[in-house]
Write a protein that binds this ligand. Structure first.
Ligand SMILES: [Zn+2]
Length: 132
């Protein structure tokens, strides 16, 4: 005689519950909706994800940090001048599709992107595929 293994059944239910399919969120260009990065690539740099910093001309930029933004095109030569993050050089990051300036690529052993909050937006994968 075999009996139902209740313990295993419970484990399986728990397993299913613990692995929901999380809707994927994308960071896209506000201008052309080009896919720039995954929201999951959000990065905390020195404890912050979002920064609000002024450049030497006094213009305040609000941007969010991402470990990767494959939809961006990186332009210009790396420079350390007026860098906000000591030890990092920076280059301009633009939209890989419409070339709008979207932020910067901060380069070091731990490189990351800073994407301007006013030039990017977050959308769900469903919304994204539905809009194209
Ligand atoms: Zn664009």
């Amino acid at each position: 005689m075999s009996s139902v293994n209740i313990e295993t059944a419970t484990d399986l239910e728990e397993f299913v519950e613990l692995t929901p399919t999380r809707p994927r969120k994308l960071v896209v260009c506000l201008q052309c909706r080009h896919h720039l990065a995954d929201a999951d690539d959000a990065l905390f740099v020195d404890g912050l994800h979002e920064y609000e910093l002024a450049n030497p001309h006094g213009i305040v930029h609000k941007f969010r940090c991402f470990r990767d933004a494959l939809g961006c095109a990186i332009e210009g030569r790396p420079t350390a001048a007026d860098t906000w993050f000591p030890g990092h050089t920076w280059r301009l990051a633009s939209c890989g599709n419409c070339r709008t300036h979207l932020g910067w690529f901060f380069e070091s052993e731990k490189s990351f992107y800073g994407l301007l909050t006013i030039k990017t937006t977050v959308t769900s994968l469903d919304e994204y595929t539905g809009s194209t």
